[in-house]
Write a protein that binds this ligand. Structure first.
Ligand code: UDP
Length: 239
């Protein structure tokens, strides 16, 4: 690692929906390519990168329930959807000559490794990008909670939540033109102002374990790199 980087080990959370691009479903090759380039830039700096990917572009347990699919069954379907996304990211990162491992919370040894914390840490130490798939392996959780949990387990310095907006705002910037972005905010203020950052389980896990979160715009070229280099104005830091 060079002295240019603020963080040594990061956990990057990407939503499935973001991977879908403007369509809102499936996987957009343009987005995949852009994300891979952004990730490569930080790996090349010597930063250890772990990724948690969502599955919302393919399936969500809650939406399944609305079409008559049992919630638990639907949640497992959602978890399997994250494996598909993880494999797509893996393939794209490998095109950029990065070493990668997909580790799944649900065993499927023909396509990826089972998640074993010590092995995950070892992969990271060796400079491999580790993509955590299948969420926590448990229904009723989200991939935000997975991101918080895995970040704590592998002792990441920060959770970087890549979204389509460049941080946490005083109000919804799509609806309120006067909304302004926080550059930094405390966990307590987020609770008090009822701001939406992550689901509460994920958020509480981060707070209780003193794990900072940065919400930033993953679609803004170079933003991830700038954050890693210590430009705090790229998103909202929650501590
Ligand atoms: N899911 C789950 N347990 C987990 C993580 C995910 O049951 O630990 C299921 C849940 O149904 C969720 C779906 O997988 O809706 C996809 O994950 P998520 O909604 O977090 O994806 P994102 O919104 O980030 O695309």
């Amino acid at each position: 690692m060079t002295s240019q980087t603020k963080y040594k080990r990061i956990l990057l959370k990407l939503s499935g929906e973001a991977l879908a691009g403007p369509n809102g479903y499936n996987i957009d090759p343009v987005v995949l390519e852009q994300y891979s380039k952004e990730i490569k830039q930080v790996v090349d700096l010597g930063v250890q990168v772990a990724i948690v990917i969502g599955g919302g572009n393919i399936f969500r347990g809650v939406s399944g329930e609305r079409s008559g699919i049992d919630r638990v069954q639907g949640d497992y379907m959602g978890m399997l959807a994250t494996v598909i996304n993880a494999m797509a990211i893996q393939s794209s990162l490998e095109k950029h000559k990065l070493y990668t491992r997909v580790m799944s919370a649900i065993k499927m040894e023909q396509v990826c490794e089972p998640y074993v914390r010590r092995r995950a840490v070892r992969h990271l130490e060796k400079g491999r990008v580790v993509i955590f798939a299948a969420g926590t392996g448990n229904p009723y959780f989200t991939t935000d909670s997975t991101a918080a949990l895995r970040a704590i387990e592998v002792e990441a310095d920060v959770v970087l939540k890549g979204t389509k907006v460049d941080g946490v705002y005083t109000a919804d910037p799509m609806k309120d033109k006067t909304a302004t972005r926080y550059t930094s905010i405390t966990f307590d203020d987020v609770y008090e102002k009822k701001l939406s950052v992550m689901d509460l389980t994920a958020f509480t896990l981060c707070q209780e374990n003193n794990l900072p979160i940065i919400v930033f715009n993953m679609n803004k070229q170079g933003s991830l790199l700038k954050l890693i280099e210590g430009d705090d104005d790229q998103g909202t830091l929650i501590t």
